[in-house]
Design a protein around this ligand. Structure first.
Ligand code: GDP
Ligand code: MG
Length: 166
C-alpha cells in the first residue's frame, strides 16, 4: 500500500519535529504514483507494509493579503488530492481562532482528517479528554491521536493507524 499524507496546522505546533522523527534520514525511495508538480514531497517513509509519502501544503492558515487567498485555494486543492490529512494542534494551547480557521477550510474537503494532539508531554493526562471533546464537536475527525513528537509518545501507533487507512 502507498499513499499521500499532508500535515497541516498552525506554525509551531510541531509539524517539522514530527516529520523529522518519522522520516529522519530515511528520505529515499520515491513512489511511482502520479504526482502534481505543485505538491512538494517532504519525505517518504517506507515500511514492510506500506509507503507513506508526506506532502507539503503551505498556505493553509489565515491569509494576510490577496496572494494568501490564492495560496489558500491551492492548499485546499492539495488537501482534496491526498489520502489522509493530519491536522496537528498544540494541546498546551488548545482550541483557538487559528485552529478554528483551519477547521472551516477543511469543511469542503472529503479526505479523512486525523486530529493530532501534539505536545502531550506538556499537560496532565486528565486535561486531555475535554480538549478532545471540544475539537470533535467542531469537525467529524476520522481519528484522534494524542502524541509527543518531541519525545516520541504514541508516534508508532499513529504510523500504524495511517498505514491501516491508506
Ligand atoms: P512547526 O512550525 O509546526 O513545524 O513546529 P516545529 O516542529 O518547528 O516545533 C515548534 C517548537 O515546538 C519547537 O521548539 C519544538 O521543539 C517544539 N515541539 C514540537 N513537538 C513537541 C512536543 O511534542 N513536545 C514539546 N514539549 N515541544 C514540542
Ligand atoms: Mg515547520
Amino acid at each position: 500500500k502507498s499513499g499521500f499524507i499532508s500535515i497541516i496546522g498552525r506554525p509551531n505546533v510541531g509539524k517539522s519535529t514530527f516529520l523529522n522523527r518519522v522520516i529522519g534520514q530515511k528520505i529515499a525511495i520515491m513512489s511511482d504514483k502520479p504526482q502534481t508538480t505543485r505538491n512538494k514531497v517532504q519525505g517518504v517513509l517506507t515500511t514492510e507494509q506500506s509507503q507513506m509519502i508526506f506532502i507539503d501544503t503551505p498556505g493553509i492558515h489565515k491569509p494576510k493579503h490577496k496572494l494568501g487567498d490564492f495560496m489558500m485555494k491551492i492548499a485546499q486543492n492539495t488537501l482534496k488530492e491526498v489520502d489522509i490529512i493530519l491536522f496537528m494542534v498544540n494541546v498546551e494551547e488548545g482550541l483557538g481562532k487559528g485552529d478554528q480557521f483551519i477547521i472551516e477550510k477543511l469543511k469542503g474537503v472529503k479526505t479523512p482528517v486525523f486530529l493530532i494532539l501534539n505536545k502531550i508531554d506538556q499537560i496532565h493526562p486528565d486535561d486531555l479528554l475535554p480538549i478532545i471533546k471540544r475539537y470533535n464537536e467542531l469537525y467529524p475527525f476520522a481519528a484522534t491521536v494524542p502524541i509527543s513528537a518531541l519525545e516520541g509518545n504514541n508516534v508508532e501507533h499513529l504510523l500504524e493507524l495511517i498505514q491501516e487507512n491508506l
